[in-house]
Design a protein around this ligand. Sequence first.
Ligand code: AMP
Length: 121
Amino acid sequence: MSSDTIFTKIISREIPADIIYEDDEALAFKDINPQAPFHCLIIPKKPIATINDIQVEDMPLIGHLYRVAAQLAKENGFADEGYRVVMNCNANGGQTVYHIHLHMLAGKAMGWPPYTEKLKV
Ligand code: AMP
């Protein structure tokens, strides 16, 4: 699978985004189609297509993405009231961009579960 996604182009500034955080390893920007009052995406600069492609050597990087999420939550006043951090994987997970990203959603109480059909057990 090609590693050239829309997020690669955001990292290289080929297409614009509302970037709210950047360091050597990660970038965070506002989601173009927000699902909460505050909805940003936190991505590694290294292109990893899906959760299934995360390697052992990527473990510090994945932890770093969560630390960035927590920092953004604190900076924007959501740390205490709470927020949702989620990473979708492949079709059933709802993944549409194949460069892993944490969704960080905040500013209202989140629903659960995330599916609408009643689960048959
Ligand atoms: P997912 O469906 O989990 O792969 O999430 C992809 C997310 O990327 C969606 O929430 C989209 O709204 C968001 N998205 C797609 N293109 C852009 C863009 N150019 N700038 C910001 N967010 C985007």
